[in-house]
Design a protein around this ligand. Sequence first.
Ligand SMILES: [Ca+2]
Ligand SMILES: [Ca+2]
Length: 253
Amino acid sequence: MNSMHFGFAAVAAAALTFTVPAAAIAPLGGFDGSFETGLAGWTSTGDVSLRSLGPAAPSQGFLYVLLTSASKTSQDDFPVAAGVFNFSGTAAADVAVLQLQLGVAPGALDPDPVNFVSALEGSIIQRSLVVQAGSTLSFDWNFLTNESGPAPLPDYAFVSINGNLTRLADTASVLQPSSFFTLATGYQTTSIVFASDATVVLGFGVVDVSDFTVTSALAIDNIQITPVPEPQTYALLLVGLATLGALVRKRRR
Ligand SMILES: [Ca+2]
Ligand SMILES: [Ca+2]
């Protein structure tokens, strides 16, 4: 299923390079969401690592980012040894630290505070981005977990825009058997359209819920911002196509 998805994405990207002038799809402000050159510009909290191989894989190029809810010295995935699901050597952070970093209220990461269902520890990455009205942010993500299924322990992954949290997946999502973690969603693509020009703080995270044990993770890759082409770009494109058409007709005569 995923290979079909990426095949389609590759075809769409190839088509874009033919129909839209290159300047219109260039990243804004030098932003590069491929992670091919590392994590420059990003702030990491917890277990965040740049990876080329498992437990997920890049959805684009050779590198992706992996965040987990794994501590370093506790046996989170008993009987597996401590640290096996921690990929950076830095332990997952307490949820209070994550909330502070995200600029959200205490308890904002708790799925169901009324019934005392709390997030406990996890990891995030964040950075600021300049976006234009009508531009689209898209990214590929894959949620992986050692939890065996849905609630009562719904670890989850999220995207944050200026502290507005949107859940990407949790242990009740549709999950497939995975090779290193027990289950995974496989890569999915999410898009967000911005209504106005702004500098926004983009963040991604994954948290353990209800207990510190049984690790979940989030792989992120291929973050892109596609601006709305300027009206004059369309005009130039039409002029270019008309010229090309005239040349073709001339040659045929
Ligand atoms: Ca990549
Ligand atoms: Ca943990």
